[in-house]
Design a protein around this ligand. Structure first.
Ligand SMILES: Nc1ncnc2c1ncn2[C@@H]1O[C@H](COP(=O)(O)OP(=O)(O)O)[C@@H](O)[C@H]1O
Ligand SMILES: [Mg+2]
Length: 287
């Protein structure tokens, strides 16, 4: 029997404005994997309920909801490799990501995870006053799924208002994060650097459009090393994210996500991801 792999699409609610790009990278990866002689079954997250399918050799996934990851858990426990590993996807939830990055000494903006219930006058805790505005307020669990999930607030009053809105939406925990001025960079990575060496892992970066670029000088090697360290801390093998280059040339990591759409590099990324998946499948077959 031809070994087969599963690919799981991202939940639609988690791809606001990127539905096509997110689906397209998964489809392209599947094409490359099929061209190497494997079968691929692409599935929507809701199709994972009650599945009765012979064990796939590997599962690659863009889904990220806790419920969906829970449906895959028995398969990962059974020993079927997942890219990204389920734990790594959970680790991108901000309330896990921030402590993991801090614990690995990755440079991130000053961040604090607080209850969204801190908005009332009774809770006008000094921690809120201690920030220099503007600051970012972000829901502490999943990444941006709708407007208001990630917002720059200019003052304490507006911070309190934003906290109240998130609280009313049922989002109990939020991250407050210092704003870091500078050039905004987007990065992508695939694979793991072999034995600490950077070759073997794919890495690209570009300046985010829609910004007034200052082009502060910085070390590309340092950016690559930082993003790969962050991916290792989270456990990611296919990832993307955001970083700021400060006027002093310091690189500050803002965000790291599992399996982005790779939109600007779709063709190249799809073939590199497929190569990584095949590497994982063949390694498994040798064990
Ligand atoms: N601390 C920060 N300093 C500067 N810009 C930020 C900061 N946090 C977020 N941003 C800006 O907001 C965007 C979205 O924030 P991010 O944490 O990446 O959330 P998400 O990707 O879930 O929307 C970033 O790409 C960046 O432009
Ligand atoms: Mg981001």
């Amino acid at each position: 029997m031809i070994p087969h792999l599963w690919g799981i699409y991202r939940e639609r609610q988690h791809s606001p404005g990127r539905e096509f790009d997110d689906a397209e990278i998964l489809r392209l990866v599947a094409k490359h994997v099929e061209a190497a002689g494997y079968q691929v079954h692409l599935k929507m997250p809701e199709e994972l309920r009650g599945i009765d399918d012979p064990s796939p050799a590997l599962i690659f996934l863009m889904c990220e909801r806790i419920e969906t990851l829970g449906l895959l858990e028995p398969l990962e426990t059974k020993g079927i490799p997942h890219v990204n590993p389920l734990q790594a996807v959970l680790n991108t939830y901000r309330d896990r990501m921030i402590p993991l990055l801090v614990g690995s000494a990755i440079s991130i903006p000053r961040s604090q995870i607080i209850s969204s219930n801190s908005s009332g006058p009774a809770h006008s805790s000094p921690q809120l006053e201690s920030y220099t505005f503007p600051i970012w307020i972000k829901r502490a669990d999943v990444h941006n799924t709708q407007s208001g999930d990630v917002e720059l607030v200019p003052s304490l009053e507006q911070l309190r208002a934003a906290l109240a809105v998130l609280h009313d939406r049922g989002i109990s925990r939020v991250v407050l994060q210092q704003h870091v001025p500078g050039d905004l960079i987007k990065f992508y990575g695939i694979g793991k650097p072999r034995m600490g060496r950077q070759e073997g892992a794919w890495f690209r970066w570009f300046y985010h459009r829609d910004q007034e670029l200052a082009r502060y000088p910085f070390s590309e090697e340092a950016l690559q090393a930082l993003t790969q360290q962050a991916a290792a801390a989270i456990g990611l093998e296919v990832y993307g994210g955001d970083a700021i280059i400060t006027p002093a040339g310091k690189i500050v990591l803002i965000d790291i996500n599992a399996w982005p759409s790779f939109a600007l590099f779709r063709e190249e990324a799809a073939s590199r991801i497929a190569a990584w998946l095949l590497h994982c499948v063949r390694k498994e077959a040798l064990l």
